[in-house]
Design a protein around this ligand. Structure first.
Ligand SMILES: Cc1ncc(COP(=O)(O)O)c(C=O)c1O
Length: 410
């Protein structure tokens, strides 16, 4: 496509990625070691080329080696990487101003990962409750949700596999099914300890399952009536991926608390919790902190990512290329038994099959496409927002026959 077939590798060819005797086995990895990339293309240490349909799991907003990001980060590394939250960090204010302007919220705390942002949200909710005189605050969470791997965030997560072996879990969560209006109304009527609702606008790890616009509006209304915080986890679905800066903007609502991370730094770890008037004064001095969060390198990555996304109109691009991939796949598979549903928005797409499909990871890689499979049966696409229409067509060209053959038992 737009990139040459082979780039000179910056790394010498190494042994396969599976040969990692000293790395803890927390991931089932493909035997592929990626060494470098350009745009939406990646190369492994053996010189094989891949189209990036995964974006580092929704992280590489600007793809790889972006010509505007690389010089900015190089400049920053040459000035200062890390100072400390003991001192003013002007780039924090710059990124916070951008995030609040675009979200309509008011204040930001910076951290480094999604789970940290969610952990901060859970702490805000609890303290918000204590400040109101609720001694045992509870938070509404969802079936099939994913919020991270710390003890508190895995307790909020609605996936028994993630939780297995880590009990006792953190208490104080009330779990309901997504998009079930009656279930949350019932909690509102019967549980006076609830202080917040915590949900992903589009469940990512749970299989690309969107909250409906009506449901989001209903939850906003209930939160207002009850004085609860609406906390929307935009770690995966935020940062322009769905065709709006933040996925909840499709519903025309404002959250009180919005944790985000992943795509914010385009690969440099950046997390943030963006809050509105109801939550902004909950934490006081000494209530929360982090060593790395908000360091100048991370903040520069965030500032430049947001600048480039806006300058290059990547949000509109995500909407258009996402729709192109979706309609291309629909066309290719029309009448094909075994494709249950194509879900999602923009460049956050899930294709649910009628059977477990983890085997497709390797097959797709062999065919030159990186994808993910989540919730056992859902192929997930989260490519960089810079993906061109031609590259979107290439995703369809590679994926469509693979899935057809897989469903035909080949
Ligand atoms: C919606 C959501 N929240 C939180 C997390 C956790 O983020 P991290 O892996 O950066 O801790 C993830 C990660 O996949 C996520 O998808």
């Amino acid at each position: 496509m737009n990139a040459p077939d082979k780039l000179p590798s910056p790394l010498p060819s190494t042994t396969p990625a599976s040969a990692e005797p000293h790395v803890m086995k927390t991931y089932g990895r493909l035997p592929v070691a990626l060494s470098h990339g350009k745009g939406c293309w990646l190369w492994d240490t053996e010189g094989n080329k891949y189209l990036d349909g995964l974006g580092g799991i929704a992280v590489n907003t600007l793809g790889h080696a972006h010509p505007k990001l690389v010089p900015a980060l190089t400049d920053q590394i040459g000035k200062i990487i890390h100072s400390s939250n003991y001192y003013l960090v002007p780039l924090q204010e710059k990124l916070a101003a951008k995030l609040t302007e675009l979200s309509g919220l008011t204040n930001v705390f910076f951290c480094s990962t999604g789970l940290e942002a969610n952990e901060a949200a859970l702490k805000i909710a609890r303290k918000y409750g204590h400040d109101k005189g609720i001694d045992r605050p509870e938070i509404v969470v969802y079936e099939a949700a994913f919020h991270g791997r710390s003890i508190a965030t895995l307790s909020a997560t609605g996936n028994p596999k993630v939780q297995a072996g880590f009990g006792p879990l953190v208490e104080g969560f009330v779990r309901v099914p997504l998009n079930d209006a009656a279930a949350i109304e019932k909690v509102a009527k019967t549980n006076s300890n609830v202080v917040a609702v915590f949900l992903e606008v589009i469940q990512g790890e749970g299989g690309i399952r969107p909250a409906t616009i009506e449901y989001l509006k209903q939850v906003r209304r209930i939160c207002d009536e009850r004085g609860w915080l609406l906390m929307l986890d935009e770690v995966q679905c935020g940062m322009g991926r769905t065709g709006k800066w933040f996925a909840h903007q499709w519903a025309g609502i404002l959250p009180d608390v919005m944790p985000m991370a992943k795509g914010l730094g385009s690969g440099v770890p950046v997390g943030a919790i963006v809050v509105g008037p109801r939550a902004k004064d909950v934490f006081g001095p000494g209530n929360h902190g982090t060593t790395f969060g908000g360091n100048p390198l991370a903040m520069r990555a965030g500032v430049e990512t947001m600048r480039i996304v806006a300058e290059d109109r990547l949000i509109d691009n995500a909407a258009a290329v996402g729709e192109r991939i979706r309609s291309g796949l629909q066309r290719e598979w029309s009448g094909l038994k075994g494709v249950v549903e194509i879900r999602g928005q923009g460049l956050m797409l899930g294709i649910e099959l009628d059977r477990p499909c983890g085997a497709l990871l390797q097959r797709a890689a062999d065919a030159g496409l990186l994808i993910s499979v989540t919730a056992d049966t859902v192929i997930r696409l989260l490519p960089p927002l810079i993906m061109t229409p031609a590259e979107g067509d290439e995703v369809v060209r590679i994926l469509a026959p693979l899935v057809r053959e897989f469903l035909n038992g080949k």
